[in-house]
Design a protein around this ligand. Structure first.
Ligand SMILES: [Zn+2]
Length: 307
């Protein structure tokens, strides 16, 4: 099927208390792995590219690969810009057919964040394209952040309500305790804050930095308003692990496809695991329609709560 927008997808998730997996891809193999995993799990899926991925791959090529693979897919696929940090980046993605945008003004002043988010929304909404915004700031683990810094950067529910009212943003990346780029799963979320921000804003919330969050916290946050969960680091780890193992197993091989295919298989398994955790498995029927009541979580699928 053709690409769809994230608007209806996230509202359905909000209504039915599951989250759509938003998986970052940097190359063809990762895109294939993500879409194949979503098809096997019968899950709607958001394929997202960061500005770094766009620099690596080229905007036109990234967009056309996702469109081609989505066209053959039997589940709905969204092409989303992850952390577009300026207005023009959003416009460029809008022009090449992204079906979901993000303007991240979290490092700017509140006033500037409001103004630019509003401008991106104004343009995108003319074509029915939804926009994710960020308020508060999900920090980076490479900056060696302290727990105090994480807490100080969290989203304020009252300010979030005003922000959504002023900008018209369709979903909000809320800073609720996670950190980008964590390689181990030990971050705890402020679930009360998730609930408060959802109540104050009424829009679907997005969890960034989910690779480093304990599984039970991810599941609980979904019950309180998280509708999109971003996963990047965990998939990159899987891809590299697969390739590294393949290189060790086949030291004389010079066909890169043999290494890349093992990386792709590892990514696919990692995506399937996350889809089941987020409760979006089985949401799409065999005919491609959306099932209104997804399967409930089963504790055995939560994969434990280890760090
Ligand atoms: Zn992020």
């Amino acid at each position: 099927m053709s690409l769809v927008t994230s608007k209806e997808m996230l509202l359905h998730a909000l209504e039915n208390r599951y989250a759509v997996g938003a998986f970052n891809a940097n190359n063809m193999e990762q895109i294939q792995a993500i879409v194949e995993a979503a098809e096997e799990e019968r899950a709607p899926v958001i394929l997202q590219v960061s500005q770094g991925a766009i620099r690596y791959c080229g905007l036109e090529l990234a967009a056309s690969m996702v469109k081609s693979i989505a066209k053959l897919a039997t589940v709905p696929v969204v092409l989303h810009l992850d952390h577009g940090t300026d207005y023009l980046q959003n416009i460029r993605c809008f022009r090449v057919g992204f079906t979901s945008l993000m303007y991240d003004g979290s490092k700017k002043s509140y006033e500037e964040n409001v103004a630019t988010t509003g401008r991106v929304c104004e343009l995108a909404h003319t074509a029915g394209i939804p926009v994710e915004a960020e308020l508060g700031c999900v920090l980076q683990s490479k900056d060696n952040v302290t727990p105090e810094e994480v807490r100080a950067a969290m989203t304020d529910p009252d300010q979030a309500a005003e922000f959504i009212r002023l900008t018209g943003a369709d979903s909000l990346a809320a800073a609720v305790g996670s950190i980008h780029g964590m390689k181990s799963r030990e971050a705890r979320l402020d679930i009360d804050r998730v609930e408060a921000v959802r109540k104050a804003t009424g829009v679907p919330l997005v969890l960034h930095g989910a690779s480093g969050v304990r599984h039970d916290d991810v599941v609980e946050s979904i019950q309180h308003g998280i509708c999109k969960v971003n996963v990047a680091t965990y998939l990159n780890q899987a891809f590299v692990r697969g390739m590294r193992q393949a290189m060790e197993d086949m030291p004389d091989n010079v066909d890169p496809r043999k290494f890349l295919a093992v990386g792709r298989d590892e990514v696919k398994e990692a995506v399937r695991e996350k889809i089941r955790l987020f409760g979006s498995a089985g949401v799409v029927s065999a005919s491609g329609g959306t099932v209104s009541k997804p399967r409930q979580f089963r504790s055995a699928e939560l994969g434990g709560t280890e760090a």
